[in-house]
Design a protein around this ligand. Structure first.
Ligand code: OKP
Ligand code: ZN
Length: 343
């Protein structure tokens, strides 16, 4: 299968994040994408193509106009306010507080359009996030055009981004943008299966009231893991979307046998739904040595994950999400893709 990647995605180069209640070195860093790209080239896995430019329209099918305008204009506002360096929000409109009117002040805006303080927003974030969305869209276009599968080497990731707020290192929801693009290109039903260690709260919320996009997520139980406030098993969709959302929260320490049982259950739901296309939110942070995660998948087991995804028999768009054990990330990611291809 082909890989889509743009070096513009490397421009988002955060130095710090707020994590474990402290300012720490950032983990969602450019070398993550570089090591995956290098592994694809060194194994001769397939061609690496640059993304096409899709403009803002397919992004605006998923994200709110005011949120897009905030991200686009952020750096100018930030520097006009006399600020420099990467930005962190610190006040949010939770519970009784109001989301409208939207504040004029930059600190109010940061809180209105985010849900955590762990996601550095800098000068190059917007251009990189757009290139990441274009990467997902290009892979979706390849699959809509008849390729059995394509790999979008997205970075920054996307699955925590909601329609109008960022967080969890995510700004534009690449998988949701790809799924919506596939619908608009003629697919009647699209399934999004999220195998990242963290719940895909943004993707869930974007499609929560819809029956045309089934969202399924395997992840660490939010009772003890980020994003903490979404991802429980009783979230099954609402309105027309009732029955079209499925969460599989798993215990910390989950290994491949337990993960693979949940995967079988999720893929059974996918088969019942009978989608035209499958989008896989591919996180590699389920790896046993991931520095911020607590599952126990081994490098070789990512081959089995890819093979099991192939058995679903669907045109498949892989969209890269998390994975922070940088040294092993290239091997683990390409193992999923080559497992899918039966290599
Ligand atoms: C993004 B993706 C750990 C802090 C975690 C947020 C994690 C975002 C994960 N001490 N901060 O789903 O891989
Ligand atoms: Zn993750």
């Amino acid at each position: 299968m082909k890989t889509v990647f743009s070096p513009v995605q490397l421009a988002h180069d955060p130095k710090h994040e707020i994590s474990d209640g402290m300012l720490k070195p950032a983990v969602e860093i450019p070398s993550r994408a570089e090591i995956v790209r290098a592994r694809i080239l060194e194994t001769g896995f397939g061609d690496v193509l640059p993304p096409d430019e899709f403009g803002l329209e397919p992004i605006a099918r998923v994200h709110a106009g005011d949120y897009i305008a905030f991200l686009e204009g952020f750096w100018t506002r930030w520097t006009n306010a006399g600020r420099s360096g990467e930005a962190f929000p610190f006040v949010w409109p939770v519970r009784e507080l109001r989301t409208k009117p939207v504040p004029d002040h930059i600190d109010g805006l940061l809180g209105r359009y985010s849900f955590d303080a762990g996601t550095p927003l800098g000068e190059e974030t917007w251009v990189a996030a757009r290139a990441s969305a274009d990467t997902a869209l290009t892979a979706a276009r390849l699959v809509a055009g008849g390729d059995r599968a394509a790999f979008a080497l997205c970075r920054p990731p996307g699955h925590h981004a909601h329609a109008d707020f960022y967080g969890g290192y995510c700004f534009l929801n690449n998988a949701a943008i790809a799924a919506q693009y596939l619908r608009d290109a003629g697919a009647d039903r699209v399934a999004v299966l999220d195998v990242d260690y963290h719940h895909g709260n943004g993707t869930q919320a974007i499609f929560y009231d819809r029956a045309d996009v089934l969202f399924l997520s395997l992840h660490a139980d939010p009772i003890e893991e980020f994003p903490y406030f979404l991802g429980h098993a009783d979230e099954t969709g609402e309105g027309a979307g009732e029955g079209f959302n499925a969460n599989f929260p798993l215990a910390l320490g989950t290994d491949w046998p337990a993960f693979s049982r949940a995967l079988d259950a999720a893929l059974e739901r996918v088969a019942e739904f009978s989608p035209d296309t499958l989008v896989v939110s591919l996180g590699l942070d389920t790896y046993e040595r991931d520095p911020i995660s607590k599952f126990r998948l081994k490098s070789e087991e990512f081959l089995a994950l890819g093979a099991r995804l192939e058995k679903a028999g669907l045109p498949t768009v892989f969209v890269m999400e998390g994975g922070y054990a940088v040294d092993a990330l290239g091997v683990n990611c390409v193992n999923v893709l080559s497992g899918f291809e039966g290599a």
